[in-house]
Design a protein around this ligand. Structure first.
Ligand code: BES
Ligand code: ZN
Length: 978
């Protein structure tokens, strides 16, 4: 079983009676009632955690409780319950054998893989690593001399290694000349480890372990892999690159591949003479290889003490643009040969960003250089390797002629995100993947701060609300969500948590905390934390302690309720006017996507702020709601004034207003006297409440109509997301034609205002708004828009008038949806001619908009053809799910071609995304069962939770449709056209 805090493993047979998990004050421990004292986890004192809790009786009844040791408030005693389990992953982790009552346990529990972290008896301190990739044979050879400290004499050394052959292994103790060699090298495929068994014990103290090994430069975008690119003269070539996070350094060299096993690295690469060869550090020596005139040897400076997942190498052909930041750090953006122009935008952002973070954290960037490099085949969006950040081409390259405003914004955000990791993640690293959210949640928050600094005209914080914040609320309302801090062990489980909870909920709760303690204290706390733990590892509690120290506020107590419990509250508010005061009654309960749940006793410590019509943007009152209910009095409020919770939409909760309170707020949406983030928040909350059955969907359709005069891009973008949910729901019903008219009516006015041509002086956000509006008018059948899109595509193809990059996405999707086979061929032709990856992806994502079943099928087949890179296949299939027929065909295709897809992605987060795209849009119970049945027969461990979330979503859709279909249909057919 696995410890809830750091995932060390305890061997335990489950006990009769009760097992309790006590959580509080950052302590997690297990107790059995028959044992005299609780068995506190040893890592509380930061000592190596090893198995120590063993009770060998069975059968069992497992029983969990969540007991903060300092109650949050009087009503928090309710958290001590026998049914409430805020740590479902712990439940899963607990049961690796389930002898007694399997029927009472969710199905995934029984499949748990036992997982153990590496032993601590031998510790690496430095790796002298020499690697020689062969770009023709797609192999590599390597030799490493690992300096180790033997803590405890042992004959067995266990480290991580996958898909590598080890030819020799020798050990030499410091100050000894005699070497110990072994050929007893046992791989454990499931655990991804290798055990070197030496003929006698390695003595305690320093020593050197020398290994010679070889592996394949694979095509799976993990470990040390090959990526294909086209040379300027049109030839196919390959480069060798790495992607080690989370657990794939072990595919490139045997190592202690855990984030807390930090060491320094002396890297040497032996590469073709004419290739660029990069690693984390600057080059200190280059020399010819005497035996091979076609090769050269490149030696890099020693890295700082760091985790294995941050190491990186790239060997290929590139150009670059170079700049220096204010402190003289050399910044280079590496691009494909001949395209260095496309690196300029990212370079500008990076050169501004490094000093911004230095100032924010009050800690300089510690390396002499940083390279940002675009890699043609890349699974994630980007990766923060220390000093050598790798990116998908679409996340780094901007072509002034052919890149959209959205692409520019994405590049800025990704650069901001990865550079933040250079401090938060690289300098200070999570102790175990359970705390991954520290890395990703924080970077996903501060990337916005950085873009707001570099490009204030993007109004990027408002966009945060419609992307990260609402995305997180949506997922976290599911029963199959998970707490931010989630026990994980096996690599499959680690892959699974690079998700919306770690990223977007993580970022949202940090934003809420930042707002609560204020920027000044937040910065102080960050500096304390980074200074105290630099080159070390941390637990979530360590960040809270620093922020608590800086602010004097009970940060740990507050934040534990957000990171250890899954879900979030809905605040029910009602108000009465008493003279010149408004008295609010506020009550919190868990927000559930399926509607209120009577027996849920979760409670949060909620920072609540309140605005009024006299002060729409600044809170007139703030409080910390630390119990179930409270009453608040706001003075100097006129009877007609509106009062609103959550100005700026910063608190991670939903608000359910009484009818009167909401009635007062709606006119302020219409006349836009409510700020955009507040308009957006009200709309989004109402939509979620309607979806969960608390409010009526017809009411939300009426509220949507109040947005016809809306001028803000982000508000429209958020509305669009909800329209997409409704479209999915209604697309199989008779009222879908009326729904299409409803959407056309909603977007017509703003469409007329914006037109097709950019206006003088208009900005970034107008261009993005035009793109959304035209997409919707096109998708939902607005004839004039369809005609214009066709016309413009013809002009674009014939070269009469090039389509502006911002118009291409909407035009491609519109013409395909309403076109035929010829249109499809035209787009394929554009795709084949396109050089810029962004343009290719734009077309690839649009292809699935075609309406005819035969064409949809062709798109799906095309997704797996050699013309589509694996990383993009998922989006081509995803593109096909924007229609009813497309969803049906895409899901069938995924099932039919499952083996191929599974092999292609080898588990991993891209597979999880594919599962999500291809299953979550159904609305019938029978589909949910079909999906469950399929994955029972075809297990996909890294997508396990995604499957459960999808099935939950399908069932929620089915319930929603059953509840509201008739009233929606009535409304749509009788409403007055706008
Ligand atoms: N550390 C991640 C890269 C990563 C993602 C590694 C998934 C392993 C699995 C990186 O910092 C990251 O978060 N990249 C994002 C882009 C970012 C701007 C949100 C990504 O890849 O999607
Ligand atoms: Zn990240």
């Amino acid at each position: 079983m696995t410890c809830a805090r750091c995932c060390c493993v305890m061997h335990m047979l489950v006990v009769p009676g009760y097992v309790r998990i006590l959580t509080g004050l950052g302590k997690t421990y297990l107790r059995h009632p028959s044992l005299a004292s609780a068995c506190a986890l040893r890592h509380l004192t930061r000592q190596p955690a090893r198995p120590y809790f063993r009770v060998s009786q069975a059968p069992f009844l497992l029983h969990l409780a969540f007991v903060p040791s300092r109650p949050l408030g009087p009503s928090h005693s309710q958290l001590t319950t026998t049914t409430h389990c805020p740590l479902p992953r712990v439940t899963k982790a607990f049961i690796s054998t389930s002898p007694a009552r399997p029927d009472s346990l969710p199905s995934r529990m029984g499949q748990k893989k036992p997982f153990e972290r590496l032993p601590q008896d031998v510790n690496p301190t430095n790796y002298a690593l020499r690697l020689q990739p062969d770009l023709d044979k797609f192999t590599f050879t390597g030799k490493e001399v690992i300096s180790v400290q033997v803590q405890k004499a042992t004959g067995k050394v266990v480290l991580n290694s996958v898909d590598i052959t080890i030819a020799t292994a020798t050990f030499r103790a410091e100050n000894e000349t005699k070497e110990l060699s072994t050929s007893d090298i046992q791989f454990n495929k499931e655990n991804e480890t290798v055990t070197l068994s030496f003929p006698s014990d390695l003595p305690t103290g320093a020593g050197e372990l020398t290994l010679e090994f070889a592996g394949e430069l694979n095509d799976k975008m993990k470990g040390f892999y090959r990526s294909k690119y086209t040379s300027p003269d049109g030839q196919d070539r390959f480069c060798a690159v790495t992607q080690f996070e989370a657990t794939d350094a072990r595919r490139a060299f045997p190592c202690w591949d855990e984030p807390a096993r930090k060491a320094t690295f002396d890297v040497t690469l032996v590469v073709p003479k004419d290739r660029v060869a990069l690693s984390n550090m600057n080059v200190v020596e280059e020399k010819p290889v005497p035996s091979r005139s076609d090769l050269r040897e490149v030696r890099y400076a020693r890295t700082p003490v760091m985790s294995t997942y941050l190491l990186a190498f790239v060997v290929g052909e590139y150009d670059y643009v170079e700049g220096r930041d204010a402190d003289g750090v050399t910044v280079r953006v590496y691009t494909p040969v001949g395209k260095s122009e496309q690196g300029k935008f990212a370079l500008e952002v990076a050169v501004k960003t490094l000093p911004f973070y230095k100032e924010y954290f009050k800690i300089p960037y510690p390396l002499p250089k940083i390279d940002l490099i675009a890699i043609a085949d890349f699974a994630a969006g980007a990766m923060e390797n220390w000093g050598l950040v790798t990116y998908r081409e679409t996340a780094l390259l901007i072509d002034p002629e052919n890149s959209s405003s959205h692409a520019k914004q994405w590049v800025a955000l990704v650069v901001g995100h990865e550079l933040a990791h250079q401090w938060f993640g690289n300098l200070v690293t999570m102790e175990w993947w359970t705390h991954l959210w520290l890395n990703e949640g924080f970077a996903s928050w501060i990337e916005y701060l950085c873009v707001d600094f570099c490009l204030p005209e993007y109004d990027i914080w408002t966009q945060f609300v419609s992307t990260d914040y609402t995305g997180a609320l949506k997922l976290d309302a599911l029963k199959n969500s998970h707490p931010i801090e989630v026990p994980v062990g096996h690599p499959d489980e680690v892959d699974e948590i690079f998700d919306t909870i770690s990223y977007s909920k993580g970022a949202s709760v940090i934003r809420m905390l930042h707002d609560f303690i204020g920027d000044e204290d937040f910065r102080k706390g960050m500096n304390l934390y980074l200074t105290k733990f630099m080159y070390k590892n941390t637990f979530t509690e360590d960040l809270w302690a620093s922020l608590g120290e800086a602010s004097g506020k009970p940060v740990d107590k507050i934040m534990s309720t957000w990171t250890k419990q899954m879900g979030f509250p809905v605040l029910e508010v009602s108000a009465t006017q008493e003279g010149t005061s408004r008295v609010l009654k506020i009550k919190q309960s868990k927000f559930c996507a399926e509607g209120p749940s009577e027996d849920d006793s979760s409670l949060w410590m909620v920072p609540v702020s309140i605005s009024t019509s006299q002060s729409p943007a600044t809170a007139v009152k703030t409080l910390l709601l630390d119990q179930r209910e409270t009453t608040v009095t706001i003075d100097n409020v006129k009877p007609d004034d509106w009062v609103k919770l959550n100005p700026g939409t910063v608190g991670f909760y939903r608000t359910q207003y009484s009818a009167e309170m909401l009635d007062r707020l709606l006119p302020a949406i219409k006349d836009q006297s409510l700020p955009p983030r507040d308009r957006l928040g009200i709309q989004n909350d109402l939509f979620a409440l309607a979806k969960s059955g608390v409010a009526s969907t017809v009411d939300i359709l009426r509220v949507m109509e109040a947005f016809v005069n809306e001028s803000n891009y982000t508000v429209w973008s958020d509305l669009s997301a909800n329209i997409a949910s409704l479209a999915t729901l209604l697309s199989g019903t008779d009222c879908y034609p009326q729904f299409k008219l409803f959407v056309q009516d909603l977007f017509k006015l703003v469409g007329e205002k914006l037109g097709w041509e950019p206006k003088d002086g208009e900005g970034h956000l107008d261009a993005m708004l035009r793109s959304i509006v035209l997409s919707h008018l096109g998708k939902y059948g607005h004839q004039a828009t369809i005609a214009e899109a066709n016309q413009r595509l013809e002009e674009h193809i014939s070269g009469t008038r090039t389509l502006a990059a911002d118009l291409r996405g909407p035009v491609y999707a519109t013409v395909l949806r309403h076109g035929d086979e010829k249109t499809y061929e035209k787009l394929l032709d554009l795709l084949r001619k396109a050089d810029l990856h962004e343009e290719k992806v734009r077309i690839l994502r649009s292809l699935g908009s075609v309406s005819q079943p035969e064409l949809i099928q062709r798109v799906l087949e095309f997704a797996l053809s050699s013309e589509v890179r694996s990383q993009d296949t998922v989006f081509v299939i995803g593109g096909a799910t924007s229609s009813l027929k497309g969803r049906e065909l895409a899901w069938k295709f995924v099932q039919d071609r499952w083996d191929e897809l599974h092999t292609r992605y080898q588990g991993g987060f891209l597979l999880a995304r594919l599962v999500q795209f291809s299953t979550s849009g159904f609305v019938e119970e029978v589909r949910a069962r079909e999906v469950e049945d399929f994955f029972k027969l075809h297990p996909a461990p890294a997508a396990e939770r995604t499957v459960q979330q999808s099935c939950e979503n399908i069932r929620l859709n089915a319930a929603w449709l059953a509840r509201d279909a008739a009233s929606i249909s009535d409304y749509l057919s009788t409403r007055a056209r706008l």
